[in-house]
Structures are given as structure tokens and as C-alpha cells.
Design a protein. Structure first.
Lengths: 122, 475
């Protein structure tokens, strides 16, 4: 009975988290696909927690200890590497000092040539 | 002195730890939301990283936690490998790096399931559902681990990019491997404690991971990595249910769901269906066709020099640069930026047309050009760029191939038929910078090169672009 309710709660969490995942990522510009993939990639490194929990339990034999250390190392690589790489990628998008845009007609040739001129001066 | 035990008992209070977990997984949501917008992405990534730290701390505070030496060893090993790898990897090698990080995540998942199996002596005394979710995680994690490693090998060009397939028997083999793995899992879940069966299941899943990804052509690899990323997320969520850990369930499932959506978005951008990609073989048939095509076109390729290209560009009023993987491997983005500045100084209007899957991964070109300080508003996505080609004087194609191939529009028998392309051949003239006439990643001949409007400038993208820029300054 108690086990069943733990399972139902966890399944409810699973379903709701799935919906959140769908909603949050419904519309992403192409530009951000790579960083987003890399960022979500880092997040599933959370499986590290599983390794941390099991290694803490008593009764692990030597072989288990070896594979758990590897699992923890893998999880850590996934998390640290994933977030660092994503951060490096995104840092490159940061340098855009242009507050302009929006006001001018989107496809107007004149405005674009004008912007190009401004670029030239700098 | 009595403060310390009190504090530690509070820190290890079950409710407090639950609250930490709830904070951690709620922060993943704004983190991910931030990652999906250009201005909020950096912050989003950091929020997600912070919530990860909170989740790890909450786990380490669990009263049952122990074996600190092993934990420290594992984390130290992981950090020693992960930090330098992430810091030093070149932006051009980013796609394979993501594949590798995804792979180790999958590896962690199946190792954790294995240790759980061994610790509980084949799931003795645990609920059946625990065994089911743990076994599911083991299979999917193993597929993801091996599949990602193959994807890494292909992108890193350790393995050939072209499909390696067993031919017609491929689907049957995959199906047999999957059936065997699932049968082993069912056997264990229904009470068999034999570790041999468990290892057999892992081996079948490993072979399946190899068998699924090996036949997939290099051009489809980004979609495959994204799909394996979603798989690893799902397997992490399953591990979470097996271990009754809500943070794992939420984070894993969010990745599983968002990863599936992202995979679909990418597949749509390439006009490929996910089942067709998994069925494999893309790019293989085209190589044979391309070979016959090359014979019939031979001799009609026009090549040009850097000096001629410079003149052509200098007297254009509108130039569109079409970057591709060739620009990435040659690290030519800074040279391209210099060339652009030179052209702009002469009053030439320059923009960049970015195909959604140019390079090896969507957004790859944007990352590289942003690195070279190309203003964001000069980068045009495909839908915006295509109508503009008709009034473009010169399209400068730098190491892009398949994404400009008119066969995708004209040739129904081409394997890339139907893939949206940058309609470069609409512009008044085209200059293609390319190392040789070798076909691109998909292994298909490009008709564009035989178009009378097209001039080929053979050479490494970086040196060719620098030469053009140098010629320009002398005009």
C-alpha cells in the first residue's frame, strides 16, 4: 500500500515534469539549438545523485565500488563539462552592444545600408 | 560545542532535505526557460548549474551517506577530466564534445543500475516496479552510451562519416537485439537473480546502440545526438523512480521531454523524419549516384583566383556570405569577419545566410561568427535570407556544400530531395571556396558547382579568405 503510493506520487511527478519540459521548450530560435542541447545535456548529469546515493549504502563489494566510482566520475564529467561548455558557447553571444533595431522598417534597404555605414566608422 | 551536532541534525532533517530538493528542481525550470531565449541564456545556464549544486549538496547531506573517500575520488576524477576538456575544446569540435558528455551520462546511468542490481542481489526484496525502472534505465543508458560514442567517433572522424550498414538485414538485427535485451529484462524483473542475464542484457543494449548509430550518415548526426540526449534524460528519470529521488525524476524527465521537442525541431529543419533517420542509410546511396553525376558534368567547373574573386566582390553592391563546416574546420571565422569589414568599408552591403543545419549542429555557425564579433543582426536565418538572393550580386559560399545543393529542390532521386536549402543559385553570381571537388558530408555531388554562374576558389577556407582580403586592400 505504502509502496504503491510512493510509485503513484513519483509517476505523477514524472508526468508533470514531462509537461513542463514540453511547454518550456516549445519555441526556440535555431541559433540557440546547440547551446540548449548542451545545457539540457548538462542537466541529465543529475544522475550523479544516483551514484552518490548507492555508494553511501552499506554492502557494496569491491567491484561495485569500482563501477560506482566510475559512475560518479562520469556523472561529474557530464555536469561540469556540460555547464562549462554551454557557458563558453553562450559567452560568445553576449558581445552585442547594439541597443538599436525594432524602430526601423524590418526589410528596408536604406536603414540597413545606414547601419552598415555606422559599422564602417567604428 | 553543542551547536555543531544540533546544526548537523537540522541539516540532515528529512524535511529540510526535501525542501532543498524542491528548490533544486524548481530552479531547473527557470534555468531551462532562460536557455531558450537569446538574452536570458547565459543566466539560464547558470541558474541550472546552481540548482545542480544544491541537488548534489542535498544528496551528500542524506543521513545514509557514506564512503566519502570513494565519492571524493569519483568527483575528483570527473572534474580532472571534465574541466580541461570543456575549457580547451575548440568551438569547432563542440558537437562531438556534446556527444561525449551525453555518452558519459548514459554510462553513469547503466553503471548505477548495475550496481543497484548487484547490491540488492538481483532486486531481492525490492518492489517489482523498482526492478522495471532500473532495468529500463540500464538498457536505455547503455544504448545512449554506445550510440553517443559512435556519434563522437564519426564527428571526430575516427570512424568514417558515411553510413556503415548491414544492408537489408539491419532492421532485423536491431529488432532481434532489442527483443533480446527486453526479454532479459523481463526475466530479471520476474525473479531471475542471475548476473549473467543482466550482463547479457547490457551487452545486447550496447550492440544495439552501435547498430542503431553506425548506419546513420554524418549529416544526420546532430539529430541523433539530440535524440540520445533525450534518451539519457529519460533513463535518468527512470533511475530516479527506482531510487525514489524526486530531483532525479524531475530533471531527467524535463530533459527527456525538451530533448524530444528539440530533436523534432531539428528534424523538421532538415525535412527529415525521425523514423527515417533511425532507419539509417542516408547519404550512402547518394555517393553512387554522385559518381555517375560527376562523369556527366566533368569539365564544366570554372575555377577562379583570389584576385578575381576580390574584384568581383569589390564591385558588388550586395554580398551574402554562406558559411558551412569548411569555415569551421579552417577556423576561418575571424578572417571572414576581416573580409566583411574590408567590403563594408567599400560600401558593399554584407550579410550572412545561416542554414539551420549548417556545420555539424544547428546554431554552430552562429556560435562561431559570434566568436568573431559578427553583429547579430547581420546573421539571417534561411527563411529571411532566401528571398534576398535574387537581388544579391555575389554569394560567397565558404565551405558549405549540402545546404546549397539545388538537387534538394530539383532532383527527386537525390537522397536530400525535399531538404530546404539556401537558394544560392538565385543570385547573380556565386563564388565557392572549397578545398577540393570532394562531395560533402552527406556524400552527394553538388550541381551548384557546375552552374555557369559559379566560380570555384580551391583552397583552405582561412587562407583563401585572407588572400581575398589582402587582394582587396590593394585594389
Amino acid at each position: 500500500m505504502i509502496l504503491a503510493s510512493v510509485l503513484t506520487t513519483n509517476l505523477a511527478i514524472l508526468v508533470l515534469a514531462g509537461f513542463i519540459g514540453f511547454v518550456v521548450i516549445s519555441k526556440v530560435p535555431n541559433t540557440l539549438h546547440t547551446p540548449l542541447m548542451s545545457g539540457t545535456n548538462a542537466i541529465h548529469g543529475i544522475v550523479l545523485l544516483g551514484g552518490l546515493l548507492i555508494v553511501g549504502l552499506s554492502g557494496n563489494d569491491a567491484f561495485n565500488k569500482v563501477i560506482l566510482v566510475i559512475a560518479i566520475a562520469f556523472g561529474t564529467i557530464n555536469i561540469i563539462g556540460g555547464f562549462l561548455v554551454t557557458d563558453r558557447m553562450l559567452e560568445m553571444f553576449k558581445s552585442k552592444p547594439k541597443p538599436s533595431g525594432g524602430a526601423s522598417p524590418p526589410q528596408g534597404d536604406g536603414s540597413k545600408a545606414g547601419e552598415a555605414d555606422k559599422e564602417k566608422v567604428s | 560545542m553543542s551547536g555543531l551536532p544540533l546544526a548537523s541534525s537540522f541539516l540532515q532533517n528529512e524535511n529540510f532535505l526535501d525542501v532543498l530538493y524542491i528548490i533544486a528542481f524548481s530552479l531547473f525550470i527557470p534555468g531551462l526557460r532562460g536557455l531558450s531565449g537569446p538574452t536570458t541564456a547565459v543566466r539560464g545556464n547558470r541558474i541550472a548549474a546552481v540548482s545542480m549544486v544544491i541537488a548534489v549538496i542535498a544528496t551528500l547531506l542524506q543521513p545514509s551517506e557514506g564512503n566519502w573517500g570513494l565519492i571524493a575520488l569519483g568527483i575528483a576524477l570527473g572534474a580532472a577530466v571534465g574541466v580541461p576538456a570543456a575549457r580547451q575544446v575548440k568551438m569547432t569540435a563542440m558537437p562531438q564534445m556534446v556527444a561525449l558528455f551525453n555518452g558519459v551520462g548514459g554510462g553513469a546511468v547503466f553503471l548505477i543500475s548495475w550496481s543497484e542490481f548487484r547490491l540488492t542481489d538481483g532486486y531481492t526484496g525490492t518492489a517489482t516496479y523498482v526492478a522495471i525502472f532500473s532495468l529500463f534505465a540500464a538498457i536505455v543508458g547503455s544504448v545512449s552510451f554506445w550510440g553517443s560514442n559512435i556519434a563522437f567517433g564519426k564527428l571526430q572522424e575516427i570512424l568514417p562519416g558515411r553510413p556503415i550498414t548491414l544492408g537489408a538485414g539491419q532492421q532485423v538485427v536491431n529488432l532481434v537485439l532489442l527483443t533480446l535485451a527486453v526479454a532479459a529484462a523481463v526475466d530479471i524483473a520476474s525473479g531471475d537473480h542471475s548476473q549473467g542475464i543482466f550482463i547479457g542484457m547490457l551487452v545486447c543494449a550496447a550492440l544495439l546502440g552501435n547498430a542503431v548509430v553506425l548506419p546513420i550518415g554524418g549529416a544526420d548526426m546532430p539529430v541523433v545526438i539530440s535524440m540520445l540526449n533525450a534518451f539519457t534524460g529519460l533513463s535518468a528519470a527512470a533511475t530516479g523512480i527506482a531510487l525514489n529521488n524526486p530531483a532525479l525524476i524531475v530533471a531527467g524527465m524535463i530533459v527527456g521531454a525538451s530533448g524530444s521537442i528539440l530533436t523534432n525541431l531539428m528534424a523538421v529543419a532538415m525535412n527529415r523524419s525521425i523514423p527515417a533517420i533511425v532507419a539509417g542509410g542516408f547519404g550512402g546511396g547518394g555517393a553512387i549516384e554522385g559518381a555517375s553525376g560527376a562523369g556527366e558534368h566533368a569539365g564544366s567547373v570554372k575555377s577562379t583566383s583570389a584576385a578575381d574573386a576580390a574584384i568581383q566582390l569589390a564591385y558588388a553592391s550586395r554580398v551574402v556570405i554562406v558559411p558551412g563546416y569548411g569555415m569551421a574546420v579552417a577556423q576561418a571565422q575571424h578572417a571572414v569577419r576581416e573580409l566583411t569589414k574590408e567590403l563594408e568599408a567599400r560600401g558593399v552591403e554584407v550579410s550572412y545566410a545561416i542554414h539551420p543545419v549548417a556545420g555539424r549542429m544547428p546554431g554552430h555557425m552562429n556560435v562561431l561568427l559570434a566568436e568573431a564579433d559578427v553583429p547579430y543582426d547581420q546573421l539571417k536565418e534561411m527563411d529571411e535570407a532566401n528571398p534576398e538572393f535574387q537581388r544579391t550580386d555575389v554569394s560567397l559560399v565558404i565551405g558549405a556544400n549540402d545546404v546549397t545543393n539545388p538537387a534538394a529542390k530539383n532532383n527527386q532521386s537525390s537522397p536530400i530531395y525535399g531538404m530546404p536549402i539556401l537558394e544560392v543559385s538565385d543570385s547573380h553570381s556565386v563564388i565557392v571556396i572549397k578545398r577540393s571537388m570532394n562531395p560533402g558530408f552527406a556524400g552527394i555531388e553538388n550541381e551548384l558547382y557546375y552552374d555557369p554562374k559559379t566560380a570555384m576558389l580551391f583552397g583552405d577556407a582561412k587562407s583563401a579568405v585572407s588572400e581575398i582580403a589582402a587582394e582587396l586592400t590593394q585594389l
